[in-house]
Unconditional design. Sequence first.
Length: 138
Amino acid sequence: MLRYLPFLLVLALWIYAFIDCLNTPEEQVRGLPKVVWVIIILLFGEVLVGPVAWLVAGKQRGGATGGPAGGPWQRDQRARFVAPDDNPEFLKSLNGDAKDGKDGKKDDAALLEDWEADLRRREEELRRKETGEEPKSD
């Protein structure tokens, strides 16, 4: 079992470098075009030259501030994900603020009444069709 460990580590590094290269935006690729890096990783993956070269020289890495070093792409310019417990709109919807009709939405009781009225109307239409009665004019 232990004799397979080096092979598995090389394979894991190879797969990681390949996926990292594919997911890296073109603006962050250094030195060579992205397609060339993919070919290098695939061709020289078994001897670790390709994946190590990609990880060392192929991609711009984050600097001390957490963003990319010297690149035009900034992490702060991306749309940030806000967790539901930090999202004010979501928290308002939990409190029932969004259900009181202020936003043109009906509350649950009004929706249920509408559905029941529609169901009664449809059942009455079916009964009339089965018995052959003429519809009542409202």
